[in-house]
Ligand binder design. Sequence first.
Ligand SMILES: Cc1ncc(COP(=O)(O)O)c(C=O)c1O
Length: 391
Amino acid sequence: MRSSYLPYCRPSITDDEIAAVVGALRGGWLTTGPHAARLEREFESRAGVDYAVALSSCTAALHVALAAIGVGPGDEVVMPSLTFVAGAQCTVELGATPVFADVDPHTLSTTAETVRAATTQKTKAIVAMPYAGRPADIGSIVAYARERGIRVIEDAAHAAGMLDRGEWAGTRADAAAYSFYATKNLTTAEGGMLLTNDATIAERARLLSLHGMSRDAWKRYAAKGSWRYDVSEPGYKYNLADPLAALGLAQLQRLEAMQARREALAAQYLAGIEHIEGINVQAEVEYADDRHSWCMFVVQLDEDLAGPGRDACVEALARENIGASVHYIPTHVFSGYRRYMRDPLPYTEAVWQRLLSLPLYPAMNESDVDDVLGALRRALNAIIAGTYAMR
Ligand SMILES: Cc1ncc(COP(=O)(O)O)c(C=O)c1O
């Protein structure tokens, strides 16, 4: 057993990144300003999209994107239930109805087929989520949606570092919402980015993200700025503060290196798990030019170990000083969202009871992965033998 606790996640922050934040704090400008603008330009050029809008979270990006494409009362938005609650929450806030589509049990994302099954005449938008950063072939969902005049927003919370057929999330869908939350591949502590090639979405997202104001503070208080502004409609307060953007800019310089580290650790997990009974991994990427971001390393227990076996596994790892987690409790299971359950979601229901997320982040080393694999093997052997006693 490990002598020190291995947390489920731990951010990777270098001295250069700390210096970048300190530099921004000393620079005399704290709210959205030049660092946020630079982060946007960097995202535009790296992703190859026309517009990037820096925001306070991925949730904020999903909210303004859905608002910008006109989602409102009477509309339905199709999304997975096996995801974080953000997309459903924003849909409900806009007065529309979330409709849950089932997932492919191997990729853990929705597909063009599962989305089609959930679509009705009222469907205004589809929110697609590449689960754990495994590309989910957004091209086929977009192709299906285009034929019906439905818009597609990617929940790209896990997608920094991912390549879907060689491209960043946000190049094929109408827009993509990235997360810079503390556990993500690129962090600003809290933050997000909306990417789009659609000028109208970008313009409306920017307007809505700052109270509907015609000019942000940087433009009003800069040397040649004017104090006048208009508020053309009620909006939200979703802008990204400059010291956080400075952290994001510095992290972006290391994104490829952090990605390589995640890939090496994931490869070690995959090789080790082959020799552990009772457990399976997420489907491999489909195309040669796909790249998994490895935002999470998720395993599935065999069907006959579902539920109690998974919970025992989380507990057994904790007893061995290892943090693990479960992604996700499906949205339709929550008391506040049960009412949106419509058609049965057989794969979502079956699979979430067997899911287990293992620690995976650049600050880990090879012996950490060996510790997790050893603890997992011991836990599964005991669970399969029926000798594991839960507390
Ligand atoms: C799939 C998914 N969507 C959305 C979010 C929300 O991200 P944020 O915390 O940046 O709003 C998360 C965050 O964990 C997530 O995992």
